[in-house]
Design a binder for this molecule. Structure first.
Ligand SMILES: N[C@@H](CCC(=O)N[C@@H](CS)C(=O)NCC(=O)O)C(=O)O
Length: 182
């Protein structure tokens, strides 16, 4: 990437956050080495690369680790910018701030809401969690529709952008939510 060394992603196939990073790299045309990382049995490289959280994904670029999927996406976007590279984050500072707000909402509120459903111990608790999840989804749907500006993608353009990555990586989890709340 940028001629400054190898790019490796520590991540698992099932991690939505690792998928988010792989999608960003794909958009920027970066070839990848993706060694498997067992998130339950933390490998040496993962612990050394992310000693604070010991979580995937970690992007290792030229030997230096970048942690947290949103930070990694921004890093990739900044590193592969300029002529020939479509920007992942919106160009307009206000649009960028809005996109960051809703991306954080997806990870903080939506993921927690879906996990709440999946972890519900009883039918009654599950129904409560489904209702709570609907309350989380409603304002997000409205905001995403506004952000799309009537275009094909949530990022308000004709190609995949930041919000599409933020939400898109969670689609398989959301599919389960759809089944639970149907
Ligand atoms: N906020 C982090 C979340 C990363 C995360 O939760 N990764 C999970 C896999 S999906 C993990 O490594 N879990 C192992 C653990 O919690 O010990 C990010 O966006 O990168």
């Amino acid at each position: 990437m940028g001629g400054q060394g190898d790019v490796t992603v520590l991540g698992t196939v099932v991690s939505p956050f690792a998928l988010r990073v792989r999608m960003a790299l794909y958009l920027k045309g970066v070839g990848l080495r993706v060694p498997g990382a067992n998130v339950f049995d933390k490998g040496e490289l993962l612990v050394a690369s992310n000693p604070v959280h010991k979580k995937v994904p970690v992007l290792i670029h030229g030997g230096k680790p970048v942690r947290e999927s949103v930070a990694i996406v921004r890093y990739v976007d900044e590193f592969r910018s300029g002529a020939g590279f479509a920007s992942i984050l919106p160009a307009d500072p206000y649009d960028r701030a809005v996109a960051r707000f809703w991306a954080a909402y997806v990870d903080d509120k939506l993921v927690a809401a879906v996990l709440g459903i999946l972890r519900a111990a009883t039918e009654e608790e599950r129904d409560e969690k489904v209702e709570a999840a609907h309350a989380v989804v409603a304002p997000m749907e409205e905001a995403f529709a506004t952000c799309s500006k009537g275009k094909a993608f949530f990022s308000g353009g004709d190609s995949v952008g930041y919000l599409d990555l933020a939400l898109g990586c969670h689609l398989f989890g959301l599919k389960r939510f759809g089944r639970c709340s149907a």
